[in-house]
Design a protein around this ligand. Structure first.
Ligand code: SF4
Ligand code: SF4
Length: 120
């Protein structure tokens, strides 16, 4: 069944199209804009929680980050330290429920072993 297996790979290796510089500039832009609700911007939320790991230009999502909220629970299982208020990109991962136009013929998640790549 397609579901999260709590392997923690997507939190230890968050893959984005945005570079650290792009994220930082967007973050400061939103922060200085009093007329814009900061909660409206996903970028405002995600920049402070990401630590840049590396870039691989051969990939569609070339920028790799680790999330500072990734943790282990009391049983030693991967967990999100801010689970009730985690950003939308995390709640909606792997995005396919509402994205009808996306190609579903291949793996829906870029992470090897991700439970969402298993058949329903
Ligand atoms: S990579 Fe997939 S199975 Fe692993 S934690 Fe993320 S969503 Fe869950
Ligand atoms: S906020 Fe939580 S679910 Fe989202 S990447 Fe970080 S640890 Fe994972």
């Amino acid at each position: 069944m397609a579901e999260c297996k709590r392997c923690g790979r997507c939190c230890q290796d968050v893959r984005l199209a945005e570079s650290p510089d792009m994220l930082e500039r967007a973050y400061h832009y939103w922060k200085k804009s009093p007329s814009i609700d900061p909660n409206f911007s996903e970028i405002y939320l995600i920049f402070p929680m990401l630590r840049f790991l590396y870039e691989d230009r051969r990939e569609d999502l070339p920028y790799h980050y680790r999330c500072v909220h990734y943790a282990l629970d009391a049983d030693g299982l991967p967990a999100c330290a801010i689970h009730p208020i985690r950003p939308r990109m995390c709640r909606d991962f792997p995005y396919y429920d509402e994205a009808e136009h996306l190609d579903r013929s291949g793996p829906v998640s870029p992470y090897e072993g991700c439970g969402y790549n298993e058949a329903d």
